[in-house]
Design a binder for this molecule. Structure first.
Ligand SMILES: Nc1nc2c(c(=O)[nH]1)N[C@@H](CNc1ccc(C(=O)N[C@@H](CCC(=O)N[C@@H](CCC(=O)N[C@@H](CCC(=O)O)C(=O)O)C(=O)O)C(=O)O)cc1)CN2
Ligand SMILES: [Zn+2]
Length: 772
């Protein structure tokens, strides 16, 4: 019997119940039992949904209140000092959230023994997704041990409802490779210290009654560092011996194994999961390499995109495998956890019907998985109606005349290399820009957004429901913009922003103004903690029917004589933070978006906007996981950015912005983007990220973020002066800007006002030092 399986299910809840519960808990209106009950309810529903859709191996322990990597670390005892942990029992929720969000020294935190002012753990992208995880901070002093068996607990929770689940455990090697050590030493050196905790976890999982455990080792699809192969061999030998009755499924995803196949195939596990959506060519070699009797889990339903599966084509692939190996040891599954797609299409009543027929969200993907498994066992006839429906949807899709737009094709064909290049080189541009702008040294700016308060969101929701008029909504947003301009001016900020109050999201807002995009009503995907995004769907050729931001930018600029930055989202980010069509290359979709943004940039310039920021926070995220694939991506991504930015005169200053990136491996491409100024995230990594810029002699201007806006903690002037001095020691100070890490939309005014004031004071301090 083929097993229908999942690797993980969305945890935010179909109505974002987890978000609501978390935010209520943080606001003090939902107590701990209330929060835990909300989590239990979501897990129970996820189990029911998976079972109702025919899934045999239901995932468990895939849930986390904030982040599964963080909860793995805390369960294993990897808790740094200062966060209120007693060194004995499980970490409290207060400790968990202090690690996730930092502490401010509130009374409640003090009561929980949490040092005032401890910063949050570093947060970074989970592989090449838009999900963020917290980076465990380890050291030789970390005393790993199993503080509580969250995996065994999850198994028991399911069994109490007669649902036997397959718990998901982030594997020890990936766990270490995703962590950082305090002294920068190789985290793999901690493997011997870590393994006993994993062994205890597996023993507990077996005792709790699980038959299988899924051990995620996504690092196996990346270029492994030295020593990793040995680490895998050592680790899995120990894990296999820890609980002999328990079957281990080694799960790999986000790509193919390629040269790591021999490592994976040699491990003493019961089964191996392959991502066949991103590593299709890995199937044949795996079939050759896998020992007979090994279970093979085929990740054929895309867990990273929302398109409906071509069931007939997939079935042909599966049959090929079944003919070689039989179906006794086969599993059919999504390519990866369904964390990265929205919950369900059920409530999407406003989508174009033809488009909706092309889509499958998490719940619909479960049904695809079980239909495929069933067809393998019982033959096509068993799912005849489902197959016919899939065939119809595929045919309708391919024939849809709306997918291609001749005007867009013509515009792309007319692109010349000159169009992707500024008129003069940076040094000349810098002179022209300084003449026009006359900025002080260490100019102070912010990244664009100001607090998206409940009031702002309520007004937008009310306008969407027709409860207030579009005019009333616009007036309210304009008032907020005017207040923000006046406040920044009074505070002494040098380059102002309008605040982005009118935008629901930096990607969605533009998507809503571009042709070729579609939107869901409830298509939320967790980004980090309680924060969600509803990625737009790019399904047809993209073009810009009319200017998107010029009115707002002009209005804001009309209120002040100081420069106000025009604020746009760049083509690479518009691409990666959407669900993208797969019938044409991504590079082509990106170029279409680049041309649309280019028109907007030129319109802003014509409207008198002197500084235009084109955000590219997803630039690093788009980087292929394998070095061999990276140059091609970086080449088209940087070119698309330049295409969007290069329609302007020398004296127009182009900014870009990136957050949470390891810049070392892409610094050449960042330089190739040739933005006049780049603001980057550096506060959480304590300026570590600047090294890449220093070592590369990065030629243009840089604004290293001095305030980690992802944490509610407001850094003091001394701290920021320290960071800025560090930056000024590493980089030419005439090319340094002073700004936060990222936009302030998730913060409250009570944090933003003092933090911005501190930034201005910090810049003034350094200016005075430069004169002295
Ligand atoms: N797309 C994207 N990806 C990204 C980022 C980003 O900004 N955008 N930033 C990084 C991740 N950081 C993030 C930072 C903040 C949020 C965030 O604040 N998300 C909001 C939702 C943003 C949004 O689309 N808001 C809409 C819808 C808001 C909403 O929930 N409305 C309520 C009604 C509101 C009310 O009545 O009070 C509803 O629809 O139910 C709006 O403002 O209009 C949230 O989780 O709360 C997400 C990611 C990386 N990836
Ligand atoms: Zn940012």
């Amino acid at each position: 019997m083929t097993i229908a399986a999942t690797l993980g299910y969305p945890r935010i809840g179909p109505r974002r119940e987890l978000k609501t519960a978390l935010e209520a808990h943080w606001a003090g209106t939902l107590d701990e039992p209330g929060l835990l009950a909300a989590g239990a309810m979501l897990r129970a529903r996820a189990r029911v949904t998976q079972r109702a859709n025919g899934i045999g191996h239901v995932a468990s322990a895939d849930f986390a209140l904030y982040d599964h990597v963080l909860e793995t670390a805390t369960a294993l005892g990897a808790i740094p000092d200062g966060y209120g942990w007693d060194g004995q029992g499980p970490a409290s929720l207060a400790t968990l959230f202090a690690l996730a969000r930092g502490a401010r020294g509130t009374e409640a935190e003090r009561a929980a023994g949490i040092a005032a002012d401890v910063p949050a753990l570093e947060m970074t992208k989970w592989f090449d997704t838009n999900y963020h995880y917290l980076v465990p901070r380890l050291s030789a002093a970390t005393r790993f041990r199993l503080l509580h068996n969250r995996w065994a607990d999850a198994v028991a929770e399911g069994l109490a409802e007669q649902c036997r689940t397959r718990p998901v455990l982030l594997g020890p090697v990936s766990f270490l490779l995703l962590s950082k050590t305090e002294d920068g030493s190789n985290p793999l050196a901690l493997l011997p210290a870590l393994l006993p905790a994993y062994e205890a976890a597996l023993r507990g999982i077996a005792e709790a009654g699980a038959a299988w455990v899924q051990i995620d080792e996504p690092c196996l699809v990346t270029d492994l560092p030295a020593g990793a192969a040995e680490a895998y061999a050592t680790a899995f030998r120990r894990l296999a011996d820890a609980a002999p009755g328990l079957r281990l499924l080694l799960a790999t995803y986000f790509g193919g194994l390629r040269d790591n196949l021999p490592i994976a195939a040699a491990l003493p596990v019961a089964g191996l999961h392959l991502d066949l959506t991103r590593g299709r060519d890995g199937l044949e070699p795996a079939l050759d390499a896998l020992p007979a009797g090994h279970f093979l889990s085929l990740g054929v339903v895309d867990g990273r995109n929302v398109w409906r599966n071509d069931l007939r084509a997939t079935l042909a692939t599966l049959r090929g495998v079944a003919e070689r190996r039989g179906t006794r040891n086969l599993m059919v599954a999504p390519s990866c956890s369904l964390l990265h797609v929205p919950h369900s299409l059920a409530r999407e009543d406003a989508l174009d019907p033809a488009l909706k027929r092309r889509l499958a969200f998490a719940e619909e993907k479960l049904a695809e998985v079980s239909a495929l498994a069933r067809a393998l066992d019982e033959g096509e006839g068993a799912i005849a109606a489902t197959l016919a429906e899939s065939d119809r949807a595929m045919a309708e899709w391919r024939a849809d005349p709306r997918l291609r737009d001749a005007t867009v094709a013509a515009a792309l064909a007319a692109v010349t290399p000159r169009m992707a290049q500024r008129i003069s080189a940076y040094p000349q541009r810098a002179v022209a820009q300084q003449q026009r702008l006359n900025l002080p040294r260490f100019p102070v700016t912010s990244i664009g957004s100001f607090p998206q308060t409940a009031e702002v969101r309520k007004a937008r929701a009310a306008a969407a429901r027709g409860e207030i008029t579009a005019e009333a909504y616009d007036t309210r947003m304009k008032d907020l913009t005017a207040e923000a301009i006046a406040w920044q001016e009074a505070e002494g900020v040098d380059v102002l922003v309008h605040g982005e109050f009118e935008r629901n999201d930096m990607v969605k807002y533009f998507g809503e103004r571009l042709a070729g995009y579609a939107f869901t009503k409830h298509g939320w995907v967790q980004s980090y903690g309680s924060r969600c995004v509803a990625p737009p769907i790019i399904w047809a050729d993209v073009s810009r029917p009319e200017p998107m931001t010029v009115d707002w930018a002009s209005y804001a600029q009309s209120l002040t004589t100081k420069p106000v930055k025009g604020m746009l989202t760049g083509p690479v980010t518009m691409l990666f933070w959407a669900f993208v069509r797969e019938d044409i290359p991504r590079a082509e979709v990106c170029a279409q978006i680049a041309l649309a943004i280019r028109d907007e940039v030129c319109d802003l310039e014509r409207a008198g906007i002197a500084i235009i920021q084109i955000d590219e926070p997803a630039f690093r995220e788009g980087l292929p996981l394998r070095r061999a694939d990276q140059p091609a991506y970086l080449d088209w991504a940087a070119r698309c950015f330049r295409l969007s930015a290069s329609g302007v005169a020398d004296a127009t200053q182009i900014h870009t912005h990136m957050c949470y990136a390891e810049f070392n491996d892409i610094i050449g491409a960042i330089a190739a983007m040739d933005a006049d100024v780049i603001s980057i995230e550096t506060a959480r990594s304590r300026m570590e990220l600047l090294n890449a810029f220093t070592q590369f002699n990065y030629p243009n201007a840089i604004g290293p973020g001095l305030w980690d806006i992802h944490s509610p903690r407001v850094p003091g002037v001394e701290e920021m002066v320290g960071l800025l001095r560090q930056a000024a020691a590493a980089l030419p100070s005439e090319r340094l800007w002073v700004n936060p890490d990222c936009g302030c939309k998730t913060r409250g005014w009570a944090e933003v006002k003092p933090a911005m004031a501190n930034l201005v004071t910090t810049a003034r301090r350094l200016r005075a030092e430069a004169v002295a």
